[in-house]
Design a protein around this ligand. Structure first.
Ligand SMILES: [Zn+2]
Length: 483
């Protein structure tokens, strides 16, 4: 059996009911599991040993809404309103027939690139999310076959399932957004997703599991929700359903069904302990009570919310209600440490500085994510748990006396140095076998630039690029530098 002994200044172990910080601690890995944690065993095992020095050995982060494409939401940063700037399909684009803006190869590459980016940020379990704006309709089984291969090659623990949908949104010249439907297409997407789920469940020694991803609650038909709930419950697979995120979503659900998105889910049997709900930034007291009673989990995505002027109101309130809260990155950069920091800040903006402490966010990114997935073998470092470990280097950080507080004040995803998943060292000193950071980033940028160039096709009135993407300062472009 392969054994490796890791030591560091700080080890975040699990003490049975909560994390516990070991100063000058160690983790002994045996095959895919943690065998021992805490003080150095006596005698010291005769096996390879890595001393990480000034570092935190943390349980790998669990990302329930893990960015898995070249994020187009960053294009909306200063370009609004979104419906005028290519974020909602205009009627003219729908009339000509929406098309795939990436090739199959590009779709496969962006997943592989994204999975490597997640690992670089210490994320060891991921439930991928991507936009459907630039798709012909839903995600394809083909790209998820490629995604499964990429996850297996990189060693990432994933829950996979192509997003499918019965509807979408269109905007007319006056800026009115309405829903459009193709239920047969959505139900066919679900059947393909269910077939894919059966095929991939348990692959890569169990690192690949199935999930279901019905897209956009405001355009899911009741039939799609009910069927998704039934299939996922039978498989014991998680379902992720974005909700309570935007005003448009609330309006569309209310106009069509007369209730809030959460009540709409509940009325269709689509709110249960295997349902993961990203965002929740527009929740009412009634919504929170419904989610609590169903045992569903909130997926807190503070970066994407704050970037667009929103925040959860509030994390302490959701936790006090007894709701399981996990974390999601959802946007670029997929930096869980940044998301924990913003989660702390926005909770304090909402409820005051003493309303929350750092460990609430660290719990959400580890134990909360595991609980949301119904697992007690990840999100913690304890004997018998999976050896999923993020090593965060502190040699360049100004440290507080406490490593979790240091994470909140002094670290970023880029400080992740090594990552272990299932007892395998999938990143060593920032290097991931099979992923060339410089070459892959250049390729990703070229692919993204190609997509950005197609934005006028999908933007209301089809204006030129410089009207969609307003520059910050006046720009003066010179000839390219000659050598
Ligand atoms: Zn989202």
């Amino acid at each position: 059996m392969t054994r490796t002994l890791l030591t560091a200044r700080w080890v975040v172990g699990f003490g049975g009911d909560a994390h516990r910080v070991h100063e000058n601690g160690c983790v002994l890995i045996e095959a895919d599991r943690v065998a021992h944690i805490g003080a150095l065993p006596d005698p010291v095992p005769d096996c390879p040993r890595i001393d990480y020095g000034e570092a935190i050995l943390s349980p790998g982060f669990i990302d329930l809404d893990a960015l898995s494409d070249l994020d187009t939401t960053i294009l909306g940063l200063d370009n609004f309103p979104g419906w005028k700037k290519g974020r909602v399909w205009p009627e003219s684009y729908v009339a000509r027939g929406p098309y795939e803006m990436y090739s199959a190869e590009e779709l496969a590459f962006q997943k592989r690139f994204a999975f490597a980016s997640l690992i670089r940020n210490g994320i060891t379990t991921a439930l991928p999310i991507a936009s459907l704006f630039y798709r012909e309709w839903g995600e394809t089984v083909e790209e998820f076959e490629a995604a499964a291969e990429a996850a297996e090659a990189l060693g990432l623990r994933v829950y996979l399932g192509p997003a499918y949908r019965t509807g979408g949104q269109v905007v007319d010249e006056s800026g009115t957004i309405r829903a459009i439907y193709d239920e047969a297409r959505g139900l066919a997407g679900l059947e393909e997703a269910a077939d894919f789920a059966q095929r991939i469940e348990g692959r890569a020694e169990g690192r690949i599991r199935a999930m279901f991803a019905p897209d956009r609650i405001e355009t899911c038909t009741p039939k799609l929700l009910r069927r998704t709930a039934a299939i996922a419950a039978e498989m014991g697979a998680p379902v992720r359903q974005h909700c309570l995120q935007s005003e448009i979503e609330l309006r569309l659900v209310r106009d069509q069904h007369g209730v809030s998105p959460i009540r709409f889910l509940a009325e269709n049997g689509a709110l249960a302990s295997n349902w993961l709900l990203p965002h929740g930034t527009n929740a009412t007291e009634e919504d929170i009570a419904l989610i609590r009673d169903a045992g569903a989990a909130l997926v807190h995505c503070p970066l994407v919310a704050a970037r667009h002027g929103g925040m959860l109101r509030s994390l302490p309130r959701w936790l006090e209600a007894g709701i399981t809260v996990g974390m999601g990155t959802d946007t670029w950069p997929p930096d869980m440490i940044l998301n924990m920091q913003l989660g702390l800040m926005t909770a304090r903006l909402a409820d005051g500085h003493d309303a929350i402490r750092s460990e609430a966010l660290f719990d959400a990114a580890t134990l909360g994510g595991a609980r949301a997935l119904g697992r007690d073998d990840i999100g913690r470092l304890a004997p018998g748990a999976k050896a999923d470990i993020a090593v965060i280097d502190l040699s360049g950080a100004l440290q507080t006396p406490d490593p979790i507080q240091t994470l909140m004040t002094s670290c970023a995803g880029r400080d992740v140095r090594d990552v272990w998943i299932d007892g395998r060292r999938v990143m060593a000193d920032g290097v991931i076998p099979g992923s060339d950071l410089v070459a892959d980033t250049a390729r990703a940028q070229a692919q993204f630039d190609g997509l950005v160039a197609k934005y006028p096709d999908r933007t209301l009135g089809h204006p030129p690029m410089n009207e969609i993407f307003e520059p910050s300062y006046e720009r003066v472009t010179h000839d390219r530098h000659r050598p």
